[in-house]
Design a protein around this ligand. Sequence first.
Ligand SMILES: Nc1ncnc2c1ncn2[C@@H]1O[C@H](COP(=O)(O)OP(=O)(O)OP(=O)(O)O)[C@@H](O)[C@H]1O
Ligand SMILES: [Mg+2]
Length: 259
Amino acid sequence: MWAHEAWAMGLMFVVDSLNKSFHTESGTIDVIDNLSFSVEEGQFLCIVGPSGCGKTTLLKIMCGLETPTSGNVLINGVLPNPQKQKFGVIFQEESLLPWRTVIQNVEFGQEICSGRCSLDIARKYMSLVGLVGFENYYPHQISGGMKKRVAIARALAVDPDIIMMDEPFADLDAQTRWILQKELLSVWSQLKKTVIFITHNVEEAVFLGQFVAVLTKRPATLKSLIKIDLPYPRSRLTPPFISYREKIIGMLQQEIPSI
Ligand SMILES: Nc1ncnc2c1ncn2[C@@H]1O[C@H](COP(=O)(O)OP(=O)(O)OP(=O)(O)O)[C@@H](O)[C@H]1O
Ligand SMILES: [Mg+2]
């Protein structure tokens, strides 16, 4: 009922009363519990939550790679299906194909999506993420930050309806992370895509997101959906920024068992 109302209002992405449990040899594990939220077209949503709470599982359900136990994820009223909607996904354990050059890795996303690829499109996104000149390098010849850029270019080159990123900058040094955050915002403002971005880093979430969804510990449910009412570009040093950051950190601390 709720999902249909949201769709009628022009919302794009609806997570409605979602539950997910895994049944394994060692028993059942409940991972997502009655989770509901929605994302409008073109919105930048960050998702934060304690480690192991179910963020990656949620992302997989949202792009149709995992099925819910009950409840729904609907994109413009239909179930997610990688054959129908175009997702530009950057997974947590992102890896480039080592035997392909950088530009061939960017083309790879298009090949998977449509069976075809265009060198011009691959070059366009290589340029957008600042990798001109490195087209013919192999992954082992570029830095960690550049590998993330290739992954972003590969996700963008499919002209996705939705970009989903699972802790894409987690293992980068702070400086490279800041540069890539700014570049991602610049790409987002140019392309106006819907972005769903999972991170452990609260400062990153407040810097990037129009909204931050705070999840509880496993089984994940929505603790709070916070609108970050700050204009872009944001400064990490202003009192309102710090206040959002502290508020979200406080919420996450409530979810960590005391030791
Ligand atoms: N295919 C699976 N079968 C069984 N259990 C699974 C499966 N996938 C995930 N889980 C379990 O679901 C829980 C949530 O995993 P998930 O990867 O979604 O968490 P996360 O929030 O992304 O964690 P992290 O912050 O460490 O990335 C974990 O306890 C994990 O063991
Ligand atoms: Mg994860």
